[in-house]
Design a binder for this molecule. Structure first.
Ligand code: 13P
Ligand code: 13P
Ligand code: MG
Ligand code: MG
Length: 364
């Protein structure tokens, strides 16, 4: 059976500051999704949150980029924003960048990851959701899942993964894309995806069958808005088992935290910390950046789950390691490499300070 899995997310108001989500917003989101399911538009849905970002996980039969699905999600975010405004939550409606819906939520603020798939006999999917970081945060873990035998032993010992995977990489500044066949082109690909603020992995495909293995939200809020409104806080869908990495191989990259951009005011580097859904309330210096993982088995489009995948003792060391990395980076205060380089800062006083001091600069 062909099913579309759509994850559409937005920050429509933080509680308190940017750290969490008020339960009334989730209740409103639930009621919008329940209506859409009752009307037959959705097969199933799950509403969750990652820090201050509201997540609609939806299944339906309408394919990707469907305007009815996008419009329903947009309207749901609007209803939740109304609740956020009543509670005077922080940054109510933050990610809804236009007043009216215009056919597709892409380019209007929300993050979108969608895939149409042929549901297999067993269809495990993991949905990763991050807060306080930018699209591009998935580059390193996706590389490890689908290209690195030290992470994914299936690449070596499973006959149906041995052919490798194809990566679709987007240049978010020039709005263009390129495909890489892995493993033979990994050195070329790493030249690009090693710079995640510019090149992001959009999707991954099995080279055994051509089927989609993973897709991510790659929307860049600051490029859409032309100013800083909040971080992208991206999402990523990964299919597991069979011709894809096993569930444990999909989760394994997060056992070794890596550094991503985001954190305080979107302008700092910090460790991507794997946490349970309940434990996802980025407080220290508005962070550090978080990732949660919701696991489902699909059954005729029904979302059987979620299992809270990082709610496990096996990720305790990763969390401790991430806190040690956070201490080390915080030690640098306003200095790089904690603070982002000048050209990647989400906001800066540099033009004003430079203007004020211009006359005091003397030629050397
Ligand atoms: P099970 O025997 O529990 O199905 O596990 C098989 C496997 O490949 C785990 O990665
Ligand atoms: P969010 O993108 O999660 O709203 O965070 C914004 C911010 O500036 C935190 O300091
Ligand atoms: Mg926010
Ligand atoms: Mg957020």
């Amino acid at each position: 059976m062909k099913v579309t899995l759509s994850v559409i997310k937005a920050d429509i108001g933080g509680w308190v500051g940017h750290c969490s989500m008020h339960p009334d917003l989730m209740t409103e989101g639930e009621s919008c999704m329940a209506k859409a399911k009752k009307s037959g538009l959705l097969i199933d849905y799950h509403v969750t949150r990652c820090g201050d970002d509201l997540q609609f996980i939806m299944t339906h039969k309408k394919g990707i980029d469907n305007s009815k699905i996008h419009e329903m999600a947009w309207n749901a975010f609007q209803s939740c924003t109304a609740v956020a405004k009543k509670l005077k939550l922080h940054g109510a409606g933050q990610d809804l960048l236009s007043d009216a819906f215009s056919g597709n939520v892409k380019g209007q603020g929300p993050g979108v990851a969608e895939m149409e798939l042929n549901e297999r006999e067993a269809e495990p999917v993991i949905i990763f959701m991050a807060d306080k970081t930018a699209s591009g945060a998935w580059n390193l873990p996706l590389y490890e899942m689908f290209c690195d035998p030290f992470n994914t032993i299936g690449l070596v010992i499973s006959a149906n993964m041995h052919a490798g995977f194809k990566f679709e990489v987007h240049d978010v500044k020039e709005s263009r894309r390129i495909m890489f066949n892995c493993p033979e082109e990994i050195y070329d690909m790493l030249v690009f995806i090693g710079a995640p603020s510019r090149y992001t992995v959009k999707s991954v495909y099995s080279r055994e069958t051509g089927e989609i293995a993973s897709t991510s939200s790659t929307q860049k809020l600051s490029l859409i808005a032309g100013r800083y409104v909040g971080k992208d806080d991206p999402v990523c869908i990964v299919r597991a088992q069979g011709i894809f990495p096993a569930v444990g191989e999909v989760l394994e990259p997060f056992a070794r935290p890596h550094i991503v951009e985001g954190w305080m005011r979107g302008s700092h580097n910090g460790p991507l910390t794997p946490v349970s859904v309940k434990g996802c309330n980025p407080t220290r210096f508005d962070g550090p950046p978080r990732v949660i993982a919701a696991g489902f088995q699909l059954a005729e489009g029904r979302l059987v789950g979620p299992v809270d995948m990082f709610d496990d003792v096996a990720f305790n060391n990763a969390r401790q390691m991430a806190m040690d990395m956070a201490d080390m980076l915080r030690r640098h205060g306003p200095f790089e490499p904690h603070r982002l380089p000048l050209d990647e800062m989400e906001y800066t006083t540099m033009p004003q300070v430079m203007k004020k001091l211009a006359k005091r600069f003397e030629k050397l």
